[in-house]
Write a protein that binds this ligand. Sequence first.
Ligand code: PMP
Length: 354
Amino acid sequence: MSRYFTDKFASLTPYTPGEQPRDMQYVKLNTNESPFPPSPAVAAAVAAECGKLQLYSDPESTALRAKLAEVYGVKPTQVLVSNGSDEALNFAFMAFADTHSPLAFPDITYGFYPVFAELNHIPYTQIPLKEDFSIDPADYMAIGKTVVIANPNAPTGLCLPLAEIEKIVKSNPDNVVIVDEAYVDFGGESAVKLVDSYENLLVIQTFSKSRSMAGARLGFAIGSEQLIADLNTLRYSTNPYNVNRMTEFAGVAALEEDDYYKQNAQTIMANRRWTIEQLERLGFTVLPSKANFLFAKSDRIHGEKLYKELKARGVLVRHFTKERIAPFVRITIGTMAQMEKLIETIKDILEASL
Ligand code: PMP
């Protein structure tokens, strides 16, 4: 830390992203990316915009918001687009939480929530998940705090039924409930259909997972016009050109080929079923995931050891050191070839440790 760094941020512990190694070619199952490339139309859209980079992007992202509004059945004024959904989450925390309306989220969830809370000096409560790692909706009823729930949750992959989300939203009319649906396209049920019924509901999604665009950085928020206007106040006070022109039109092209991405999500779900079966045959406990990753543990090998042994053999998964989840590894679902390699490698590791 330099001697110029302000006291305001001196105690901030930043988020640690998953490894993006450059030392060798791994079977990369550690950051929940899609194993499938974007559709060819996306590459063509990016190429077309490249020749116009001397011009700023449209600060309103008009074309993209119109397309998102059409796909999700809302008005363009109910949509905000962001530089990855992380940015929308940060804007939402800034806009809707403070000392009078502190944050509440599960103790085991997306690791960026406490970081954004600290960054913005927002007090927060971390509510323990149940023994089976599910969220107890009762904990959030009439809680009187700004609620953030990843649904499906990360890194567990567990999903709350939409009816439970609705009860939480309904019971907290004076606070915003943020539902982070980064992984919803792999078997969850979106809360977007409720945004016209509840002015305190904000749904955040991303193009990083099911739409194969993690490297383009594109996320979006859908809610009431008033909530979106508040987010825009922060966006225009931070970075009006937050979505670059290549990404905006890549997003439009991706939405025009929704069938391709839906098919890919189906493939991921089928590969997920196969991988669960194989891991269970090897004695693993696997949480019932509705996401493009699995959270699994074995009595025969600790999560940290498994992560290290897999990495040494060229397969990268994610391990978290937090005590309650340290026995687990999180495994992104990739292609069948990647999943077969994962299972073969785990078999080798288990045999070698006998
Ligand atoms: N929410 C959750 C639950 C996530 O796991 C992630 C991915 N790390 C994000 C949001 C942010 O993704 P992105 O900024 O790529 O849209």
